[in-house]
Design a protein around this ligand. Structure first.
Ligand code: BEZ
Length: 211
């Protein structure tokens, strides 16, 4: 089953480094940043785990819970976390799912046989409180993810939801947003009383912080 944007993500029960979870229940009313790794005790993964732990306050400010996965056991994860903390100068507190039988990795199509038959690639799933998949990214085993982009994309998703706008290339909070083509000018005048700029009939921008 290919997981598409807007789909309800598959639920699962699993052991993690912070105890057993039922995934949907664990997400609760928050968002989730579910990300997979090839293996414990590998260099790129160690930096990514450390970066996620260092950004704990940034994720919490957005009501996003990080949760990792690699196809190793809880015992291996726990020993590896000690190394992550030592080498990345952090304290990793979020759960890492144990998936030694590849059940969850297969469910989420994290195993790409062209990369490895047993290790998960670097998948990212941003999941909203309705348990809908809102964004996915897939990186190869050899390339670490960009966490600035992960936080930026979360900001863009949450801003789009809150304000009914789309966000342009390289958008950052505080910058102008785009009025979706589905909104007529008449409706835009009501929705955005601060006014908007019509660069082209299909390209209208608005200062969402001026409202
Ligand atoms: C790593 O995390 O460093 C890594 C894992 C598998 C293949 C290549 C790199």
């Amino acid at each position: 089953m290919t997981l598409l944007l807007g789909d309800t993500v598959p639920d699962f029960k699993a052991d993690t480094t912070t105890g057993p979870i039922s995934f949907h229940e664990w997400i609760g009313e928050d968002w989730a940043f579910f990300f997979s790794h090839p293996a414990d005790f590998t260099p790129v993964c160690t930096t990514e785990m450390g970066r996620t732990a260092q950004l704990a306050d940034q994720f919490a400010a957005r009501r996003v819970k990080p949760i990792g996965l690699s196809t190793d056991s809880v015992e291996e994860h726990l020993r590896w976390i000690e190394d992550v903390n030592d080498t990345q100068n952090t304290t990793l507190r979020f759960p890492i799912v144990a998936d030694p039988d590849f059940e969850i990795a297969k469910l989420y199509e994290m195993i790409h046989p062209g990369e490895s038959r047993t290790a998960a690639v670097r998948s990212v799933f941003i999941i909203d409180p309705d348990k809908k998949l809102r964004l996915s990214m897939t990186y190869p085993m050899s390339v670490g993810r960009n966490f600035d982009e992960i936080l930026r994309a979360i900001d863009a998703l949450q801003t789009g939801d809150a304000k009914g706008v789309a966000l342009p290339a390289d958008w950052r909070p505080g910058e102008r947003a785009i009025i979706p083509p589905s909104v007529t000018n008449a409706d835009a005048n009501v929705k955005f009383p601060q006014g908007f700029e019509e660069i082209r009939p299909y390209l209208r921008t608005v200062d969402i912080d001026a409202a």
